[in-house]
Design a protein around this ligand. Structure first.
Ligand SMILES: [Ca+2]
Ligand SMILES: [Ca+2]
Length: 140
């Protein structure tokens, strides 16, 4: 495993053999570059396998703060309405964490999945918008 870059990321507690990293800096999101930054610390853009994993990460980024948007690996760039994870290409499972009315593909322009703190849940938003991003690192 590569060493986690603690200058660039806040690090969560361990949950089920994984830690989660939140970028310290806000920047315009580029999903490929963000996934590569996660890989440099031994991980990949976060992929929620179930509601429990989502809730752990939601609580982590709520404590971390410093941004309203925390980008994930979820996106429907390739096929509108079909959300997959960037790194594994696996479909995003049904999650109860989506904010009310989301995903709504507002103005047919929203293809990336964020944790949106002021929505208290998941939202699809324009992929190039500014925020932090979250990585998942499997420790064992
Ligand atoms: Ca969309
Ligand atoms: Ca939306």
């Amino acid at each position: 495993m590569l060493a986690i870059d603690k200058c660039s990321f806040d690090v969560s507690d361990i949950s089920k053999g994984r830690v989660y990293l939140a970028s310290k800096a806000q920047a315009a999101f580029n999903i490929g570059a963000a996934n590569q930054a996660c890989k440099s610390s031994g991980g990949y853009l976060v992929e929620f396998d179930d509601d429990e994993e989502y809730q752990f990460v939601y609580d982590f980024v709520t404590r971390t703060g410093g941004a309203n948007t925390f980008w994930t690996g979820g996106n429907d760039i390739a096929t509108e309405g079909h959300f997959v994870y960037f790194n594994s290409k696996r479909p995003v499972p049904t999650l109860t964490g989506w904010a009310g009315g989301q995903p709504d593909d507002y103005a047919r322009s929203e293809d990336c999945m964020e944790i949106r703190l002021n929505f208290r849940g998941l939202n699809d938003w324009v992929c190039s918008q500014t925020g932090k991003f979250v990585c998942e690192v499997e420790l064992y």
